[in-house]
Structure formats: C-alpha cells, structure tokens
Design a protein. Structure first.
Lengths: 269, 250
C-alpha cells in the first residue's frame, strides 16, 4: 500500500531541458521496439510462428527456464535463508559470489561452466568417467547455464524479504509451541510469499532470456539445445523473418512478466 | 594496430575518422570487415600495410561472413569486406553496396579438426555419422558450415551433429577444449592453432576448394584508403603473407 501524497506543493512547470532529455530517454526504449515492429512480416507471421525452428526453440526454452527456476527455488531459498539468518565467517564473500553472475558477462560464465562441468572439466571429467554423462550439448547443459544466471535473482529477492521480516512473528509462533519446521512452513514462507513469487518470476524471465552462457556451454542444436535467444541469433543471418517472429515472442513474454509484476515495480514507492 | 570486435566502437571510430579526413588520399582509418577464418593472416597484412603506409590505420572487424554481411546491409560504415565465400559477397554486390566487382584473392581447403592426441581416434568424415561421438559444425549460412556440409555430402555422410557453432573460431575453441571429438574447419585454422588441435586430411574427392572475395564498399568513409588496402592484399607481397598462413592462390 502506498501512502497518499499530502504535500502542499503546487504543480509547477517542469524545466523544458529536463523534459527534452527525459523524452530522449524514453526514445532509447521505444525506438528499438518500433524497429522490430516495422520489420515484422505480419502476413507470414502465423506460418513463421508454427515453423519447426520456432516450435522447437519454444519447447527447449520452456523446459530449460522452468527447470532452472525449479532448481533455483530448491537450492536458492535455503541459501537465501542461510544468508539472511545465520552468522557465519565469510558470509559477505558467499553473498558476493552469489551476486557475481548478475554482473559477470554470461559468456564468461559459460566458459567457466565448460571448464568445470565439461567432459574434460574438474567435475565433469570424473562425472563422465563414472556415469558416462556429458552435460554440454545436452538439455542439462542448457538448464545448468540458465540456473547459473537466474538463481541470483531469486536469492537476493528472498534474502531481502527475510531480512525485512520482523522476527517477532516467528518468535511468537515458537512460543506458542510451533516447531521450527512448522514456523518456516506456516509463518515464514507465507509472509515472504509475494517476494518469493517475484523472485521466481525474475529468475524465470532471466533464464528464458539467457544467451551467452548457453551457447558457450551447451552449444546450439535445433531441438536439443537451441533456445529462443539462440534461434534468434542464428536466424538473423539465415532467415530474418523467423528472427523477427522469435523476437516478437520474446517481447510479448517479457511484457507479460512485467505486467504480472507491476504491483511490485510500477507503483511509485 | 587496434583490433576492435564491437561494432558500436568501430561505428563511432569510423565516423570520427571520416570527419577528420578532409582531403582525399590514402590516410586515416580503414574499417575492414574480415571473415573469422582470415583473422591471423589479416592481422599480419594490417601490420605490413601500416608499416609501408603509416598514414593509414587499418581496423579489423572480425566475425562470421554472414554476420558481417548483415552489418553492411544494415548500413554499417565499412570500407572493405573480405568474405569467406561468394554467397555472402554476392548478397552485398546484389544490394549495390560494393564499388564494382568483388575479386577473388585467396583459396582454402577444409580439414577435420580434433583435440590434440585425437582421443576419439577419428580417421575421416565417415565417422561424423557416429552418434556416440560429439560432433560440431559451423551453423548453416556461415561459410564454414555450408562448405562443411558440402564435403559431407560429397563423402555421402549424414552427420550426427551435436552443435551448430556461430563461427569457425567458436567451433575450434570447443574442439581445443576437448569438449567436441571432431569438427570441420579450414586447413589454415589448424595451422594457426599450432598444435593445440590436430588436423586430419580430407581427401581431394571429398574436399571443397573455398574462395575468398574482397571488395571495397560503396560510400565507405575512406575510399582512397580502402582502395590502397585492397590493392595491397592483391599485390605479390600481400599474396605471400596469405600463403604464409596456409591460404592458396585463387
């Protein structure tokens, strides 16, 4: 809930220079979208949207992004709880490492994943020898690359919510006889519910848009590892119409995420 | 002597150079969009050309020919285009974006690249059909991808591909790391990597003689500089540098 402004300030004419710069700022976001829409082959769009490349890329993208979101939730919520609630040596270092994929170029992350989890990697090597499993060039590789870049969004969102949660609620539940598991399930998680949902949505959206780590670690093969962004990248040089159709899908999905999250971000504080 | 990959940077740099270039004559910056497979040879050509003509600064914009084609078609202020195949150059010529005809300046052959030591014991193109091997090619539309598929077709092999890489250098990186068992690249790439990947000869009846073409771009920012650079690439000195890197005469 936002409090209504009761400021007695009267409406003022905004400085014209500021308005011009602000409009230029809007143009930075609007112009590329206009460019995309201007190049859209509307008449061929139904055929393009149902072509093999697009359908395969949609399938891979949804499997990988949902898989990455699920792994992020299972591993990320406990990690966020640990960071928010437990004092341990090196906590700030751990938090820094968790946030690193947010600022690291994804292609660097992909190379690092390849050196760690590839067939010759420090973990991937023994894994391959023991189980025969090869992570790169497989859907697992796509899921891992997406998890690497997406999980930080979930962790920092949930950690922030846990920090802002008044511990007295949990304390009160405990004094009333609730066990720690019950407190977590019946008090903590419901109270951070909106933040958890936002973190999941953010992680999912980031996983869906992932490109650099995926092409570096998981490669690019239609129907196996080619996600929507990879398909756009390849189609730009071979089939511009398909590239534009795929781009439109990504814009629509991204807009949908923003609309779903508007309560959280669009409302001025 | 700068090697800039990002087009944004080169766009700014090229427009600055164009602004500084008040009088005609070979000086200022020449932006050369260069196919990935030419990278090392063109870096050597750049050094030799700039040593002979210190007034000119050659800047290489390196990427797959198909990506470079799209940039030029979209109006990037490029002076020279060196394409790894005729198809990508034809698209530029057809759009009227070149000054006159494109010239063939070098040829190349294909080779199978495997990680050092050839752990999967790959012997020929026939093994590209094996599903148990990890096989990489360049993507369709990228010259090394189209040429590679031509060679496989000549060999009568339907490949079991695990990844379509965006350019030949990306493919080589994964082979060098041992993550792929084999891929089809250019002979010159194997020479350039100097032992970090191994080459396995593709016999002549399966191989493809590739053709590199060069042209100056119409309305490029530096016509005098681009003509001088193209003439240098075609000169005996330019040819001998290309041959040093394993390219063959057209």
């Amino acid at each position: 809930m936002t409090s209504k402004s009761t400021s007695p300030r009267r409406r003022q004419q905004p400085p014209i220079a500021l308005v011009i710069l602000a409009v230029a700022g809007i143009a930075v976001f609007i112009v590329p979208l206009i460019g995309l829409l201007a190049r859209t082959p509307w008449r061929d769009l139904p055929a393009l949207l149902t072509s093999d490349v697009v359908v395969d890329a949609l399938r891979i993208s949804f499997i990988a992004s949902i898989g990455a979101t699920a792994i992020s939730a299972v591993l990320g919520v406990p990690l966020a709880w640990l960071l928010a609630r437990v004092e341990f040596p090196g906590r700030s270092i751990v938090r820094g490492l968790v946030v690193l994929p947010l600022v690291l170029p994804p292609v660097v992350g992909g190379a690092a994943l390849l050196f760690a989890l590839g067939r010759r990697g420090i973990i991937g090597g023994p894994l391959h020898q023991m189980t025969g499993l090869v992570l790169p060039f497989s859907i697992w590789g796509v899921v891992i690359a997406a998890t690497f870049v997406a999980m930080p969004f979930l962790v920092i969102t949930v950690e922030g919510a846990l920090r802002n949660l008044d511990p007295r609620f949990e304390g009160a539940a405990a004094t009333l006889g609730a066990g720690r598991w019950t407190v977590l399930r019946r008090v903590t998680l419901p109270m951070i519910g909106p933040s958890l949902a936002a973190g999941l949505a953010l992680a999912w959206a980031r996983a869906l848009g992932e490109f650099g780590a995926t092409i570096t670690f998981a490669g690019n093969l239609q129907g196996r590892t080619q996600t929507l962004p990879l398909a756009v990248f390849v189609a730009l040089e071979t089939d511009r119409g398909a590239a534009v159709a795929l781009s439109l899908i990504m814009v629509v999905i991204s807009l949908t995420v923003l609309i779903v999250l508007r309560e959280r971000w669009w409302r001025p504080l | 002597m700068k090697r800039i990959r990002g087009l944004t940077v080169t766009l700014v740099a090229a427009s600055l150079a164009a602004a500084a270039c008040a009088s005609p004559g070979a000086h200022g910056e020449v932006l050369v969009s260069t196919a990935s497979s030419l990278a090392d040879a063109f870096e050597a050509l750049e050094v030799a050309f700039e040593a002979a003509d210190p007034e000119v600064n050659v800047v290489l914009n390196l990427d797959g020919s198909s990506a470079l084609r799209e940039q030029i078609l979209a109006g990037a202020p490029v002076d020279v285009f060196a394409s790894a195949d005729p198809a990508n150059m034809d698209a530029i010529v057809a759009a009227g974006d070149t000054d006159g005809e494109a010239l063939v300046f070098a040829g190349n052959r294909l080779e199978i690249a495997v990680p050092a030591g050839n752990p999967a014991a790959v012997a020929g193109l026939e093994e590209f059909a094996r599903a148990d091997l990890l096989i990489g090619l360049c993507a369709v539309g990228v010259p090394c991808g189209d040429y590679g598929r031509q060679a496989l077709e000549k060999a009568g092999v339907v490949p079991s591909v695990d990844t379509d890489e965006p350019n030949v250098r990306a493919l080589l990186t994964k082979i060098e790391a041992g993550e792929l068992d084999a891929g089809i690249v250019y002979v010159t790439d194997v020479i350039a990597l100097n032992g970090r990947v191994e080459g396995i000869v593709i016999p002549d009846e399966q191989n493809v003689l590739t053709e590199y073409q060069i042209a100056t771009i119409a309305d490029g920012p530096n016509p005098a500089g681009s003509t001088a650079f193209v003439n240098f690439v075609l000169s005996p000195e330019g040819r001998s540098i290309l041959e040093e890197y394993g390219f063959v005469a057209p």
